[in-house]
Design a protein around this ligand. Structure first.
Ligand code: CUO
Length: 656
């Protein structure tokens, strides 16, 4: 087979300078000589998929190069998925690379890139490959027009440049205080990759089932919402209020960002009323979808397209509702329930030009890379989050028997080290933002951005196992803001919904006391920084020369919050949070057989495990997902313990 290093090198070379013709001679030769239909035995479908694509290409039906690509544009998506389908039917890596080189030169860059990235994620052939961070491949989607202009100037004057990026807006806009969250490039990678790992257009005929996709859609966005609220509270702002179709959209947004091709992202002023969007939906349609979904929640069942009722008054209900609300191809009845979420993204993206009078391109809300920049993103997701909450609140509360883990008690929880955050500068290359020109030499061009980070710490959890044999425990850790923006303490029933997931792992407990030490860096919700394209190139090239094995396993998954954002910012004088540890029966919760500690890969909590079942049988958010009418319900359970901690923010951090 092909070595991991060669695969990595191929991927690096295929995505480098995506807007230009391929610059590596071997791939150039393939692009020129390869005929995708010449030998159909290289595909598992006898070349069906590639025939479709080639037909459209030969009929000049495909979107041209140097046009913007939007996943929410059904034509663009259809074309990208035709190429995705070709990759998914390749039997060998050679087939994968040859088709990639060929179609990179014959298709729209955005369509190619989307198909290629998702195929590397989902095809077995892509196992072990690290996808270069998208902020270096398509910098326009991750920085602003000012930086791009500076990059051009640097290139034309052949002066290397390092440009300080500022967050969008001004201090007059209170929302700017939390722009560091919505505009964090690592968080944007997490979000865009989550949507590649769990695409709304996915069908199981592509190869496998995406386990609990609907519930993950709820959970990953619930957590983004809760984390954003924790950042707001850290900055003396109220938590986000939901949007409403019949009320004004409070916050406007001026992106100051441009497409590589296609002009500037449109702006939206403050306090506009929702308007029908030509060719997309009427506001009225959105309200109808919403009320059908709320009715289903009130009745406790949804109706599938054949008229059968699906009971949702159980742990599986959230998964069904997630599929319906997004909606994905797993929705049992998209005809009736609509596509509340996907359509809302487009509606919000078009409010600056709802009737297409000004021929504006799609808004930031129409791309997963850029959506979280717009404050309306969090309003939209809060709105849907509240619908999910309505469902969770319709389920019976957990009983003591549900929550208890016989014989197991948490005696103490503590933090070793300090919960302390700070801002640091991060530099990344934006060389790909500017066109190559034979007349002008290459120069180094990068941008510097401030980003949140924290000091590492360790949880110390004293657990007592009174059983006379080993037990397997699932350790669930949450951090919950204690007070609202006015300093009023949240009730348990309010506060539970603002809890952020910090970690979840399995631990074998011998009889007697165990002192569980867990490092913050091991968190199952976070990923380390992705290596830059430059680093990936160096590593692949070195490994190919030396013949050493290339193991980049720890960077393989780009889905997962950036580790440096594990803690919310907190406050300089310390902000109070409740730290909650729930130790539950791992023997019952586990999905596959394991008796020992098992990490299931680094980011299973919000991103699952590729191609496998979600490793924890409990509902995501357990045991805080259902009503808690009385705090004793939680506080009296011996295997759940809470303590108050403070998160500090360091104003002047010396980079180490
Ligand atoms: Cu992730 Cu709305 O689902 O952006």
């Amino acid at each position: 087979g092909v070595s991991q290093a060669k695969k990595q090198q191929d991927v690096n070379h295929l995505v480098d300078r995506i807007y230009e013709r391929i610059r590596y001679p071997d791939l150039q030769d393939i692009a020129n000589a390869f005929n995708p239909e010449a030998d159909t035995s290289m595909y598992s479908d006898d070349g069906q998929a590639v025939h479709h694509l080639m037909n459209d290409m030969n009929d000049h039906m495909l979107l041209e190069r140097h046009h913007l690509f939007s996943l929410f544009n059904s034509r663009h998506r259809r074309e990208a998925l035709m190429l995705f389908d070709v990759f998914m039917h390749c039997k060998t890596w050679t087939c994968f690379v040859n088709n990639a080189a060929y179609f990179r030169e014959h298709m729209n860059e955005g369509e190619f890139l989307y198909a290629f990235y998702t195929a590397v994620v989902h095809s077995d052939l892509g196992t072990g490959v690290v996808l270069p961070p998208l902020y270096e491949i398509t910098p326009h989607m991750f920085t602003n027009s000012e930086i791009i202009h500076k990059a051009y100037t640097a290139k034309m004057t052949q002066t290397p440049g390092r440009f300080q990026m500022k967050f969008t807006g001004t201090k007059k806009n209170k929302e700017q205080r939390v722009a560091y969250f919505g505009e964090d490039i690592g968080m944007n990678i997490h979000h865009v990759t989550w949507h590649m790992d769990f695409p709304f257009w996915w069908e199981d005929s592509y190869g496998y089932h995406l386990d609990r996709k609907g519930e993950l859609f709820f959970w990953v966005h619930h957590q983004l919402t809760a984390r954003f609220d924790a950042e707001r509270l850290s900055n003396w702002l109220d938590v986000v209020d939901e949007l409403h179709w019949e009320r004004i959209i409070r916050e406007g947004f001026a992106p100051h960002t441009s497409y590589k091709y296609g002009g500037e992202f449109p702006a939206r002023p403050d306090n506009v009323h929702f308007e029908d969007v030509d060719g997309v939906a009427r506001v009225r349609d959105m309200i109808i979808s919403e009320s059908r979904i709320r009715d289903a929640i009130a009745h406790g069942y949804v109706t599938d397209k054949d008229g059968n009722n699906i009971d949702i008054l159980n742990d599986h209900g959230i998964d069904v509702l997630g599929d319906i609300i997004e909606s994905s191809m797993y929705s049992p009845n998209a005809q009736y329930y609509g596509a509340l979420h996907n359509t809302a993204h487009i509606m919000l993206g078009r409010q600056g030009d709802p009737h297409g009078k000004f021929n504006m391109p799609p808004g930031v809300m129409e791309h997963f890379e850029t959506a979280t920049r717009d404050p309306s993103f969090f309003r939209l997701h809060k709105y849907m989050d509240n619908i999910f909450k309505e469902h969770k609140n319709s389920l019976p509360i957990y009983t003591r028997e549900d929550l208890e883990f016989t014989g197991v008690a948490v005696d103490d929880i503590a933090i070793e080290g300090e919960l302390k955050t700070y801002f640091e500068q991060f530099e990344f290359s934006i060389a790909n933002a500017v066109d190559k020109s034979d007349a002008v030499e290459e120069v180094a061009i990068s941008t510097l951005i401030p980003r949140l980070n924290h000091h590492e710490f360790t949880y110390k959890i004293d657990v007592n196992n009174n059983n006379d044999e080993d037990v397997l425990a699932t350790m669930r850790i949450y951090l919950c803001p204690k007070n609202d923006a006015n300093g009023i303490e949240f009730t348990w029933d309010e506060g539970r919904w603002y809890c952020i997931e910090m970690d979840k792992f399995w631990k074998k407990l011998a009889p007697g006391k165990t002192n569980v030490m867990r490092k913050s860096s091991d968190s199952s919700v976070t990923t380390p920084d992705s290596p830059s394209l430059h680093t990936l190139m160096e590593k692949a090239d070195e490994a190919l020369i030396s013949g050493d094995e290339l193991d980049l396993h720890q960077f393989e998954r780009s889905c997962g919050l950036p580790h440096r954002m594990l803690l919310p910012k907190g406050q300089t004088n310390g902000m109070e949070f409740l730290l909650l540890v729930a130790v539950t029966n791992g023997e019952e919760d586990k999905v596959i057989e394991h008796s020992e500690d098992n990490e299931h890969g680094g980011t299973h909590s919000q991103c699952g495990i590729r191609g496998e079942k979600y490793p924890d049988k409990k509902p995501m958010g357990y045991p805080l997902d259902r009503h808690i009418p009385d705090k004793r319900l939680i506080l009296d359970i011996p295997n759940i313990k809470t303590t108050t901690v403070k998160v500090f923010h360091e104003l002047h951090h010396e980079d180490h």
